[in-house]
Design a protein around this ligand. Structure first.
Ligand code: DOR
Ligand code: ZN
Length: 339
């Protein structure tokens, strides 16, 4: 198959970046890099500097293209966004509703505040990437996605009918329906973990912080809707791991961070899901073609081969000093290997 791309990943910075980027670059040719650093990547200059730091951390001889995003805030400078797009630095813009997730404190408090930026995106055909959760304290954590789609994203579609939107890391049947209803301008990424776990995974025999991410996994019926969408052959559903490394101490704590690190195992997990559904022939479209199509980018010319051959995934990888990062399905025997 053509080499896949990861249309949603967290690569972090500093020592963590050094340790995790190789795991993404091993499987993927390009990746949409999330801007939720501390401080966030809010300008073209910051995005370009971050891009260079990522390239510097790549192991010798590895070719990998980070596609940069800008973190929208109440004060986003739309001229700067326009400049970043025209210079080829910025591929997309990310909307984090304020306080919705990790490092979202600087996120958008009122959607109207980013209308000027949305106008630029709409005019340039660049996608708005959405963390689609309403984080108001009055909204139940399991309803956050559904409420955001109803109350924020549906009206936004009407206001900006030409705006391309990616609903990131969808977790509900409602999100699948939203994508079908708004076909052609709206797409969604689907993570490996949301295809495999439901919310029970967080409470199996005790509290399991490594199964906690945002949006949080939902009921089984929703997982089934995601699997159906992923293998549907519909080009508006494509691969985005949301691989989000946090060290064990940051996860296994009084207030554990949200995020599941899947870069080393993601392709194998997706392949198992597609095979189980009898749709392995559709994996290449989902992983390597549909995302590129939505982003108006060429499909990668380099090819990779996934072979049905067991391998034992590492339980953990290096993180910060002695503090390691747990791998999604790490320690388990997986069925598909990347040659
Ligand atoms: O689980 C998550 N982790 N969801 C997000 O939206 C952010 C991410 C992170 O940055 O750790
Ligand atoms: Zn994410």
């Amino acid at each position: 198959m053509p080499q896949p791309d990861d249309w949603h990943v967290h690569l972090r910075d500093g020592e963590l970046l050094k340790n995790v980027v190789q795991h993404t670059a091993r499987s993927f040719s390009r990746a949409i890099v999330m801007p939720n650093l501390r401080p966030p990547i809010t300008t073209t200059t910051l995005a370009e500097q971050y891009r260079q730091r990522i390239i510097k951390c790549l192991p010798g001889g590895v070719s990998f293209t980070p596609l940069m995003t800008i973190y929208l805030t109440d004060n986003t400078n739309s001229d700067d966004l326009k400049k970043g797009i025209h210079q080829g630095v910025i591929t997309a813009a990310k909307l984090y509703p304020a306080h919705a997730t990790t490092n979202a404190d600087a996120g958008v408090t009122k959607i109207e505040n980013i209308y000027p930026a949305l106008k630029i995106l709409s005019e340039t055909g660049r996608p708005l990437l959405v963390h689609a959760e309403d984080a108001s304290p009055s909204v139940d954590v399991f309803d956050r996605e559904k409420i955001f789609l109803e109350q924020t994203l549906s009206p936004l579609r009407l206001k900006f009918p030409d705006l391309k939107i990616v609903v990131e890391h969808i977790t509900t049947r409602e999100a699948v329906d939203f994508v079908y209803k708004n076909n052609s301008h709206v797409a969604a990424t689907i993570t490996p973990h949301h295809l495999v776990i439901n919310r029970n995974a967080m409470f199996q025999g005790g509290f399991r912080p490594h199964a906690y991410c945002l949006p949080v996994a939902k009921r089984e019926e929703h997982r089934l809707a995601l699997v159906e969408a992923a293998v549907s052959g519909e080009s508006t559903f494509f691969l985005g791991t949301d691989s989000a490394p946090h060290t064990r101490s940051a996860k296994e704590s009084d207030c554990g961070c949200a995020g599941i690190f899947s870069s080393p195992t993601a392709l194998a997990v997706y392949a198992e899901v597609f095979e189980r559904e009898g749709k392995i022939d559709r994996l290449a479209d989902f992983a390597s073609r549909f995302g590129a199509k939505f982003y108006n980018l060429p499909v990668n010319s380099k090819e990779i081969r996934l072979t049905k051959k067991e391998w034992k995934a590492p339980l953990e990888v290096a993180g910060l000093g002695e503090d390691r990062i747990r791998v999604f399905q790490g320690g388990q025997t997986l069925q598909w290997s990347l040659d």
